[in-house]
Design a binder for this molecule. Structure first.
Ligand SMILES: NC(=O)c1ccc[n+]([C@@H]2O[C@H](COP(=O)([O-])OP(=O)(O)OC[C@H]3O[C@@H](n4cnc5c(N)ncnc54)[C@H](O)[C@@H]3O)[C@@H](O)[C@H]2O)c1
Length: 359
């Protein structure tokens, strides 16, 4: 069965896929600008090989817009502001639309005063934190982006979920491609990988998650009913907590177990929070000097003696940008499940999915 599934995996051109997502979103009455942002984000994630946050999310975004829990035409507005910071209210808009507005505002402030900090409330799932850090990189600035997320992770010492897998990204502009982009969940492993193991009937390594009784489990189904665990024990748990305090409590969004689940809670908007910091390098030191020194550091690290079994020392983001270049050239590989989902969404909104002969 698995062999057959592998054979039917198909590749699709990134622009075709982006147009499809955009056409679907436009049917829901969102603006062209917003549809472009969300489609670009989803396809970027697939290009980077972060398929857990790619076009597979389109269906749930559509469903939440249709139920009115995500606002198709949000009034995104500033509620508090100083020259270096702002609190932005996303009015329950699509997380990517709000996230891009927030990072653009942070960049604008960093341009004027050297640093821009934007805390966001009333937003929804924003996908990959790294996408927003990349917007700062494109302006020769450093971006630090975090978000809280619905409760699926047990804080250190607890056996039930409270925190989310709260992601954090650091984006560093470099002289040579690729930039350095650390973009990570604060759980040992993204929950999407456990969902995938469950779908494929595989076990998961011990240490990733606990079952509802708090016992380590290798069964993905009981892991999904239980809790994922933070990376690095109490340290990862502490970082996830800090991300939630900045993204949720400081911003005025929800926090911990109060955040609405994207997939399982249709009784209220999610009220996710983000926290975005942008540093204008030129205010600290000449950009070229910064980039030269980062390049030197990169070369020094890459030429270190390699650990046993390692072929090449990589910096954060390197793997993903390699996949980006390759997928842009040869197309994005979508599994049969995702193609099926997209076809269903397309059918629902009378948009043709541009891949023939599958399923
Ligand atoms: N919006 C949300 O609620 C939410 C929640 C959790 C995660 N996410 C997103 O999920 C995505 C995946 O997160 P993840 O933690 O599963 O990512 P991951 O574990 O695949 O990678 C994490 C980081 O480690 C780096 N890395 C991986 N292997 C490496 C190696 N051999 N050498 C050097 N660096 C290496 C990667 O480049 C990346 O920067 C991210 O985009 C994150 O923002 C979003």
């Amino acid at each position: 069965m698995k062999d057959i599934e592998l054979q039917t995996v198909s590749k699709i051109d990134a622009d075709l896929l982006k147009n499809f997502c955009c056409d679907v979103l436009l049917k829901l009455g969102i603006t062209k600008e917003s549809a472009d942002i969300v489609s670009d984000h989803l396809v970027w994630a697939d290009l980077m090989g972060i398929s857990s946050h790619g076009v597979t999310r389109l269906g749930i975004y559509v469903k939440r817009i249709q139920t009115g829990l995500t606002n198709a035409k949000p009034n995104i507005h500033i509620v508090r502001e100083s020259p270096s910071m702002a609190v932005l209210d996303g009015d329950n808009g699509l997380g990517q639309v709000v996230g891009v507005k927030a990072v653009e505002l942070a960049i604008e402030k960093a341009n004027k005063v050297g640093v821009g900090v934007v805390a966001v409330r009333h937003t929804t799932h924003f996908g990959c934190a790294g996408y927003y850090a990349l917007k700062a990189i494109e302006k020769d600035m450093i971006g630090v982006v975090m978000s809280n997320a619905p409760s699926t992770m047990a804080p250190w010492g607890a056996r039930v979920p409270y925190l989310g897998t709260n992601p954090i990204a650091f984006g560093i502009p470099t002289r040579e491609f690729p930039p350095i982009l650390l973009d990570m969940a604060t759980s040992i492993v993204a929950r999407g990988k456990i969902i995938l193991a469950a779908k494929e009937g595989k076990t998961i390594p011990e240490g990733w998650a606990v079952d509802p009784e708090g016992e380590f489990t290798t069964d993905p189904e009981s892991a999904l009913k239980g809790a994922v665990l933070p990376f690095g024990g109490p340290k990862g748990s502490g970082i996830a907590l800090m991300i939630d305090i900045l993204s949720g409590i400081l911003s005025g969004a929800e926090f911990g177990s109060h955040i609405g689940s994207l997939y399982d809670d249709f009784s209220k908007p999610q009220n996710v929070g983000n926290f975005i910091m942008v540093f204008n390098i030129e205010n600290f030191c000449p950009v070229n000097e910064f980039k030269e020194r980062v390049e030197l550091m990169r070369q020094e690290i890459k030429s270190l003696p390699k650990a046993k079994g390692v072929d090449e020392i990589l910096l954060p983001g390197e793997l993903e940008f390699r996949r980006y270049v390759e997928n842009k050239r040869s197309g994005i590989q979508l599994g049969p499940e995702v193609i099926k989902e997209l076809k269903e969404v397309g059918k629902l909104l009378s948009v043709n999915f541009p891949l023939e002969g599958e399923n």
